[in-house]
Design a protein around this ligand. Structure first.
Ligand SMILES: [Zn+2]
Length: 293
C-alpha cells in the first residue's frame, strides 16, 4: 500500500509515501508558499509527483474545524485561515482526510510509533510552539469542533509573555524550543537555535545548562497537570527539543516525580517519539488511511 502524507507547516511542506508498516518510502520537502494560489499549485505538483497512492492525509499547522472543513486560525500560515481549501484538496487527493498537525502526529504515533504498545497517551510536539494530541482508548480525542488537544495554550504563567493565540503566559511561551531561544537571548544577548544551546549545555556552558533545567521544569508543570487529569499510559515527546536526550528528560522526570502523585503511584512513561523528523508525514499518512474509522 502507498499512503500519502502531507505535513503543512509555516516554514516547510513535507510530503511522502509511507508503507502500511510505517516506513517512509519516498519523500519531498518544499518551502511553504506565500499565498493560496501557489499553495494549490504545490498540492497539484505533490499529487502528480507522488502518484499513485491508495489513501491521503493532511496535517496542517492550525485549528482544523471538522464541521466547516476549514482551518479557522493558523498563526504561521495566515492566508490559509478560513480559506476554501477542502475542495482543492479533494480535487488533487480524492477522499483525503485533514486534521491539525499535532493531532495527526499523535495518530501516527498510535499506528506506527511508540503508541502501538499504549492504549491511552498524550503526544506533545516541542518546536516553535507546543502541539498536542490526546489518544484515549485507541482513539484521537477531537472535541466538539475538532480543536481538542491545544495543550500548548494552557495558561501556566499569567505574568509571562504574550502568546500568538492572543492570551498571556501560555505553556508554549515557557517550554517550547522558541521559548528556550528567547530565554537564552534575554540572558546572553545572543540569538542562537535550541540545537546550538543544547550543544553548549553538553559542552558544560552554565547558562545553557541552567536554561535547559528551567525549560524542563516549565515543561514538567504542564505535564504534571496532564498526567493528573488523564492518568495516561505515557507522555510521548516529539519535535526538535525532544531530541535533547537526558539534558531535558532527567530534570523533567525528576520534576514530575516530585509533583504528581498520579505519576508517583501510577505506572506512566515519559518517552521521546520514535518517528523522528518525518513524524508529521507519517502521521498524516496514518490519518489518511485509518482516520475515518
Ligand atoms: Zn497561547
Amino acid at each position: 500500500m502507498r499512503l500519502l502524507g502531507v505535513d503543512v507547516g509555516g516554514t516547510n511542506i513535507k510530503a511522502g509515501i509511507v508503507s502500511e508498516g510505517g516506513e517512509v518510502i519516498e519523500s519531498r520537502i518544499y518551502p511553504s508558499p506565500r499565498d493560496l494560489p501557489s499553495l494549490f499549485l504545490l498540492f497539484e505538483r505533490i499529487s502528480s509527483e507522488l502518484s499513485p497512492f491508495d489513501a491521503a492525509g493532511f496535517g496542517i499547522a492550525g485549528l482544523w474545524d471538522e464541521g466547516r472543513k476549514k482551518i479557522r486560525f493558523a498563526p504561521n500560515i495566515p492566508y490559509i485561515s478560513d480559506a476554501e481549501i477542502w475542495d482543492e484538496i479533494q480535487r488533487s487527493f480524492p477522499g483525503a482526510m485533514v486534521q491539525n498537525d499535532a493531532n495527526v502526529a499523535a495518530f501516527g504515533e498510535l499506528l506506527f510509533g511508540r503508541g502501538r504498545t499504549f492504549d491511552s497517551f498524550i503526544y506533545l510536539t516541542l518546536g516553535t510552539g507546543i502541539g498536542g494530541g490526546i489518544i484515549h482508548k485507541g482513539k484521537l480525542i477531537k472535541g466538539k469542533n475538532g480543536f481538542a488537544g491545544e495543550v500548548g495554550h494552557m495558561i501556566i504563567n499569567p505574568d509571562g509573555v504574550k502568546c500568538g493565540c492572543g492570551a498571556r503566559g501560555c505553556w508554549e511561551t515557557e517550554a517550547s524550543a522558541s521559548a528556550l531561544e528567547r530565554k537564552y537571548f534575554e540572558k546572553t544577548g545572543k540569538r542562537i537555535s535550541a540545537k546550538k544551546i543544547w550543544e553548549r549545555a553538553k559542552a558544560g556552558e552554565k547558562t545553557a545548562e541552567e536554561l535547559y533545567r528551567n525549560v524542563a521544569t516549565w515543561l514538567g508543570r504542564g505535564i504534571v497537570s496532564l498526567i493528573n487529569i488523564f492518568d495516561p499510559d505515557a507522555i510521548i515527546l516529539g519535535g526538535g527539543l525532544s531530541e535533547a536526550g537526558e539534558i531535558l528528560f532527567a530534570p523533567l522526570r525528576d520534576y514530575v516525580r516530585k509533583n504528581s502523585y498520579v505519576f508517583k503511584y501510577g505506572k506512566i512513561d515519559i518517552l521521546p517519539s520514535s518517528l523522528g523528523y518525518m513524524s508529521g508525514v507519517i502521521g498524516a499518512a496514518a490519518y489518511g488511511w485509518k482516520g475515518k474509522e
